[in-house]
Structure formats: structure tokens, C-alpha cells
Write a protein that binds this ligand. Structure first.
Ligand code: OAD
Length: 266
């Protein structure tokens, strides 16, 4: 990575009054979770028509392929821990610079890293949503993963819906992950964050799934500067002020180091 770009990014971030990050699957790639659209990514191997429709709706009579999908999720999510990119974002919040993270990721890793204002527009894999009262509750990660394991190992065709926990109100629940064609979550809050920030980081996202992909555009339209970090290309060329072609797990910790020096908090 060019030192000049890194210093420029750090200078912009160090003087930001309201920094907001918008993240995608690339931020979790270095935690071992495959992205969706890179070669070999999730949508390269599993059809989004079958598996992108939300809430693991295929749980009744799980097919062989459904079981493979769940096992993939178990393997990657089960082992995943926050990587240096997530940790750098949490550090920026602790330094009083980063106001919030708007994420398309459902992996909980920004929260685990220590960010406290995380807007999860595509939901959270470990949370259930009641289809009757709308209430939400999270399972402990281990409990959720062992539930998935039981489901993935069940014989083909077995009705698995009874395994999904019920809500306190007795209602049927589903995993609180947004599928294609379903409304995104907390979008008004995400939009308000974007429209009121002065610097936005667009991190590890191909920016093709709307409405989430509008987030950095809202920020730009409201006058914010946009810094994009993505090793495979610039996906927001029309709005980006500074593009860094590097992995977020590499670039963000380096940028944070420079920000610390600029602010004299080393
Ligand atoms: P994509 O898979 O579309 O894009 C991930 C981006 O991250 C790509 O541009 C990669 O080049 C980049 N990338 C890969 N490794 C990286 C690294 N180490 N550091 C930084 N960037 C890296 O994923 P998203 O843009 O997040 O929706 O996809 C958006 C939505 O599409 C997802 O939230 C999901 C999916 O369908 C739902 O599940 C509703």
C-alpha cells in the first residue's frame, strides 16, 4: 500500500467530527468467512435463489444441498473471530472518532470486536425474530452453532421446524437474516447516520445490493468525504475521494496507527 494514501486517509480520519463505517463481506474475509461474489465465494457455489431468500426457510425437509450450505456456514462462522480490521474499527470508536458501523454482515464480528453502535441492515445470524409479535432474541453462539449442527446432520426430508426455538409469546420464529426481496433492517437509522457523517469509510463491499449500497451515496450527497478500502477494485468510483487497494485487515490497523500519532494518543 502506498504510504502517501495511508497518510492521506489517516489525516482525513483524524480530523473527522463524525466518522461512520459501511462494511461488507470483505471485512470478514480475513476471519475466514467467504465473501459472496469473489471467485469461489458463496454465490459462486450456492444458488442465491435457493439460499439467499432468508431465514433458512429451507429448514423443513432440508435437502442434501441445504445441509451442505449449513455445514459451510458452520465451518466458517464457527471458527471466525474478529480480525485486525474489525479490531481497528473498534479502536477508532474507543478513540472517540468512529460514531457507528453500518454493516451488511450478519456474523456479529463488529460487536465481538468491541464496536457498540453497530447497525446490522441485513440482520444477525445468531438472532431469532418472532413471526407473531416481532420480538427478537439472540442465542449464545455455541448454542446456535450446535443447533445448526443438529439440523445439518438430520436425515434428508425430516421436518426440522420443531428444533427452532419459540418466542416467549409462543410464536414461531425464524433466523433474523434478511433475504433477497425482504425489507432491510434499521434502514432509517442507517440512512440518518450516513446523511449526518462528515467522513464515510466504504469497506470490503462490492456495493451491488440495494438499498444497502445507497448508504455511501447518501453520505456523499450530504457532503461527506468517502474513503474506500477494497483489494480487488474501486466499486464506488463516482463518489470516492480516496481509494486504497488493500485488504481492510492490513490497511485499517496501519491507518489507526497514523491517526494515533496525528492525535498524539500513541
Ligand atoms: P461481496 O461478496 O459482494 O463483496 C465483497 C467485497 O469484498 C468484494 O469486492 C471483494 O473484492 C472484497 N474483499 C475481499 N477480500 C477483502 C479483504 N480482505 N478486505 C477488504 N475487502 C475484501 O459482499 P457484499 O458487498 O458484502 O446480502 O455483499 C452484499 C450483500 O450481498 C450481502 O450482505 C449479502 C449478499 O447477498 C444478504 O445476505 C441479504
Amino acid at each position: 500500500m502506498e504510504g502517501k494514501l495511508l497518510k492521506e486517509a489517516a489525516a482525513i480520519i483524524a480530523e473527522a467530527k463524525n466518522l461512520v463505517a459501511f462494511s461488507g463481506a470483505g471485512v470478514s474475509a480475513e476471519s475466514g468467512i467467504p465473501t459472496f461474489r469473489d471467485p469461489g465465494g458463496i454465490w459462486d457455489r450456492f444458488s442465491p435463489d435457493d439460499f439467499g431468500t432468508g431465514g433458512l426457510s429451507m429448514l423443513t425437509g432440508l435437502s442434501q444441498r441445504g445441509s451442505e450450505f449449513l455445514k459451510e456456514m458452520l465451518t466458517s462462522f464457527g471458527k471466525a473471530e474478529p480480525n485486525p480490521g474489525h479490531i481497528a474499527l473498534a479502536e477508532l470508536e474507543r478513540m472517540g472518532i468512529l460514531r457507528s458501523v453500518i454493516t451488511q454482515n450478519v456474523d456479529n464480528l463488529s460487536i465481538e470486536a468491541g464496536n457498540t453502535r453497530v447497525i446490522e441492515v441485513h440482520g444477525n445470524f445468531y438472532r431469532f425474530r418472532c413471526l407473531v409479535c416481532g420480538g427478537k432474541f439472540k442465542l449464545a453462539k455455541e448454542d446456535f452453532l450446535s443447533l445448526l449442527e443438529r439440523i445439518a446432520d438430520a436425515p434428508e426430508g425430516e421436518d426440522l421446524s420443531g428444533l427452532i426455538p419459540r418466542c416467549r409469546c409462543g410464536g414461531v420464529t425464524r433466523i433474523d437474516v434478511v433475504g433477497f426481496g425482504e425489507p432491510v433492517e434499521d434502514f432509517a437509522q442507517a440512512e440518518a447516520e450516513a446523511r449526518s457523517c462528515d467522513v464515510m469509510l466504504a469497506l470490503g463491499t462490492s456495493g451491488v445490493v440495494t438499498p444497502a449500497a445507497f448508504i455511501p451515496r447518501f453520505a456523499k450527497r450530504a457532503g461527506a468525504r468517502v474513503i474506500e478500502i477494497n483489494p480487488t477494485g474501486c466499486y464506488f468510483p463516482e463518489i470516492v475521494d480516496l481509494y486504497i487497494g488493500e485488504k481492510t485487515g492490513v490497511a485499517l490497523p496501519m491507518i489507526v496507527e497514523v491517526v494515533r500519532r496525528i492525535r498524539g494518543t500513541a
